[in-house]
Design a protein. Structure first.
Length: 252
């Protein structure tokens, strides 16, 4: 493998929603590489359009992500049949229940939100397409985690934040995942944002494999009693409809 390419692409991961612009010093500190090496890698990324150099003052030059990434990201999005098939039905669901609707998929050892339909309510969640989440937080990520094979699940337990779980926390999570598999859906309370509830149902491909979670979320005060039942029923029907459109046929 080309180590220079790996190092260069690794620099892109230092940019975030909280830190959209970084100085050469900040990037050098994060990369733990010699300053001349980092400058050379940044120059290559800038030449290819992956980074843009901006000067705030005469002595303050910073870098931010370039439009080439947006172009490539758009190509990836357009190639996702799942997103194309799901979006019209997500819009119908959002119109029906007037809550935020997300489409969540697995990306290596975490979940990523690849589509979103907003609610028209004044009080709603502010999330974004491209958001990532560990698999043990939130109804969508946990549903995806629950439907993985035992072997794949064990591999993920060895990664990232899940390494830090105590034995009792791990056992509790495994029990939650079993309940999700048995019930066929996931509900979460305040796991990603305080005072919110999430409900997720699986989307299957034509092989019968869970490939995504259809997730609805909002303030917990709107996810109670009859309202919660209506949300669950509508979300389940929509997830089943998307699965059917992808070729899934449930054996009776």
């Amino acid at each position: 493998m080309n180590q220079s390419i790996i190092k260069a692409l690794g620099l892109l991961e230092f940019f975030s929603e909280e830190k959209p612009e970084l100085s050469l010093k900040e990037i050098t500190d994060k990369a733990n590489l010699p300053k001349p090496t980092v400058y050379r890698l940044l120059s290559s990324l800038e030449f290819c359009g992956f980074l843009t150099r901006c000067k705030n003052t005469e002595y303050d030059t910073r870098y931010k992500l370039g439009l080439k990434l947006m172009e490539l990201g758009q190509l990836v999005s357009e190639q996702l049949e799942l997103r194309k098939v799901a979006l019209p039905q997500m819009k119908k669901l959002a119109d029906e229940i007037n809550e935020v609707v997300h489409l969540v998929i697995l990306n290596q050892h975490e979940a990523i939100y690849i589509e979103k339909v907003e609610s028209t309510r004044a009080l709603r969640l502010h999330t974004r397409v491209g958001k990532t989440s560990p698999l043990h937080l939130g109804s969508g990520p946990k549903l995806l985690f629950a439907f993985l094979s035992d072997e794949r699940r064990q591999d993920i337990f060895k990664e990232n934040l899940l390494k830090k779980l105590s034995t009792s926390e791990r056992e509790s999570l495994l029990e939650q995942l079993k309940i999700i598999r048995d019930k066929g859906y996931a509900v979460s309370f305040g796991e990603q944002d305080a005072g919110t509830t999430g409900v997720s149902y699986p989307i299957y491909d034509f092989h019968g494999t869970v490939i995504a979670a259809l997730a609805v979320s909002g303030p917990s005060s709107r996810f109670e009693g009859v309202q919660l039942k209506q949300i669950k029923d509508s979300t389940q029907k929509t997830a089943a409809s998307v699965s059917y459109s992808l070729g899934f046929k449930r054996n009776e």
